[in-house]
Design a protein. Structure first.
Length: 359
């Protein structure tokens, strides 16, 4: 089983199809595609690839500083958010790592040499994060990692609740890492970004590839105390963010029309897809805050693998979730795509259910 979604190259080989013909619901990417301003900026920047990019993506960093209202010395860019997760795994030496599960697998991998405490999320309660359960586990020197909204469940923890956990972490001498890779799809006021200046125990991670639909060029950033940023810059290589990624990042952030259109359309498309999945016998989608939906398919009579085997030859990819700690083979995740793509997915799933009913 693939560890991550989005591997259209392997899927094309597996099903004997062309990459461009696949509908990839396994990767949680903005269905609008990249910003037109970003595409234009990258085309123009092709004439400059004979030169090195800015060593620390200074222009992009300045742009982020203005958007987040954080000083530049509290921000660092990475070749994708995953690079920064692994960088923290090498830099930080926590006593233990607390992980509510299921969640993004790279946290466990990045801190694999550290003792990990898994805090199960209750599926009967919609995989809602139990702040008190995490707080009870906090000890001095610990690092708690919260994905918000959580991948793969799509559930959002309100800022007021996370601030309670942050206070507990500070009082316990522990740290809190909040991964807000999908926060751009949610209300910005739910971010903990503005708590950074007043709390040296907080790390906030963001991705620019999901919301701005540029995963192929890798771009993410971390906000935390200046001392940590300075240390990270001392052992991460310069020029790690390539020229095209830098110009795409700046242009994407400046494209306010694109961002507004994304939020407007995402709410409608997400609602329609949840309703469509709910209408199919045996599927139980979890209502998300983000741009993806976790689906329990155990009552359909099919496992997630069997559903993928049916959809694959039709050129449709879903994300099987068996390899997420805390989930089994009866969960899959789908991204919210265009209305036309979503309709094609729903039609194929309905065909499978009708086939099982002999109709």
């Amino acid at each position: 089983m693939q560890k991550h979604g989005g591997n259209i190259w392997l899927a094309a080989q597996t099903y004997g199809l062309k990459e461009r013909t696949l509908l990839d619901f396994s990767a949680n990417i903005n269905p609008l595609g990249p910003s037109p301003l970003a595409l234009a900026a990258m085309r123009q920047a092709l004439l400059q690839i004979q030169h090195y990019p800015e060593p620390q993506a200074e222009t992009l960093r300045k742009e982020l500083s203005q958007i987040t209202s954080l000083p530049e010395e509290m921000l660092i860019l990475g070749n994708g958010a995953a690079e920064l997760i692994y960088a923290l795994g090498r830099l930080l030496k926590p006593r233990r790592v607390l992980l509510p599960v299921p969640t993004f697998s790279e946290y466990a991998d990045a801190f694999r040499k550290i003792e990990q405490i898994h805090i199960p999320l209750d599926r009967h309660n919609g995989f809602t994060l139990d702040i008190e359960a995490v707080g009870r586990q906090l000890r001095q020197g610990d690092l708690a990692i919260i994905c918000n909204p959580n991948n793969p469940t799509g559930q959002l923890v309100l800022k007021e609740h996370l601030k309670v956990l942050l206070t507990q972490a500070q009082a316990s001498g522990a740290d809190l890492l909040v991964d807000e890779a999908f926060m751009d799809f949610v209300f910005p006021e739910q971010s903990l970004m503005q708590e950074i200046p007043s709390n040296g125990h907080l790390y906030v991670l963001r991705s620019l590839t999901k919301f701005f639909a540029i995963p192929g060029i890798r771009l993410g950033y971390l906000a935390t105390s200046p001392s940590v940023i300075e240390t990270l810059m001392s052992f991460l290589p310069p020029w790690r963010v390539n020229l095209l990624a830098q110009v795409a990042g700046v242009s994407s952030l400046r494209d306010k029309q694109y961002s507004a259109s994304t939020l407007e359309q995402m709410g409608r498309l997400r609602t329609l897809l949840v309703e469509g999945l709910t209408s199919i016998t045996g599927l139980r989608p979890l209502c998300p805050a983000a741009n993806f939906i976790l689906v329990d398919c155990r009552e359909s009579g099919y496992s997630a693998e069997e559903i993928q085997n049916f959809l694959g030859p039709k050129g449709i990819l879903i994300r099987q979730c068996k390899n997420f700690i805390g989930l089994d083979g009866y969960y899959f995740r789908v991204a919210v795509r265009s209305e036309r793509d979503n309709a094609r997915l729903l039609q194929a799933l309905q065909e499978l259910v009708q086939k099982s009913n002999g109709s």
